[in-house]
Design a protein around this ligand. Sequence first.
Ligand code: BG6
Ligand code: MG
Length: 219
Amino acid sequence: MFKGVLFDLDGVITDTAEYHYQAWKKLGAEIGVTIDRHFNEQLKGVSREDSLARLLAHGGVEANFSETEKAELAARKNEYYVEMIQNVTPQDIYPGITELLTALKQAGIKCSLASASKNGPFLLKKMELFDTFDAIADPAKVAHGKPAPDIFILAAKEVGLDPAECIGIEDARAGIEAIIKSGAQPVGVGKPEVLGDTIPLVSSTEFLTFDYLTQIWTK
Ligand code: BG6
Ligand code: MG
């Protein structure tokens, strides 16, 4: 039986993946880079700085900005994003997530956050989930962002576990890659076209029940 569940946040616990997209789209429009939802899949799960690098490369405008200007662009995107998440409430938690967290707690299974977002603690507080999590891995403390496994390894460590004892839940391709490399068992929320067809997938978080996790646990 697994002893911990390592949760991504944006796109797994709530719909903030959409706000990240809207904020990048707004910033892109200001610097002449157009992005669409297809391109956005490449930004999901990826750190703020890496996302900016990908956006600039996508527009072929990397050379137009100094490091200082890039830092300003990343900060500006975050301002847009932070403005958008001010009104997040517990009502915004995706279907089934609260029930899953309750069931895991009752079963004595640790819940740890493995989000790349520096806004994770703020969002958990807004959704009144901050105390439900046993740990929040700090993305500022890891050397490499997703698709590297670092944040999942840290999230497991923070609750005293090895990733091999845990299930990781992700909506992003980079995140699934990170879970697999960490040694945790992946579950994807999304479509096989995006996440591949080699791991268990649910089309919606409402199917992420405790029973489902016990069924897909293969160790
Ligand atoms: C991830 C998101 O969870 O966090 C990415 O999927 C985002 O889209 C990354 O870029 C970093 O988030 P933040 O809030 O620190 O800019
Ligand atoms: Mg995500």
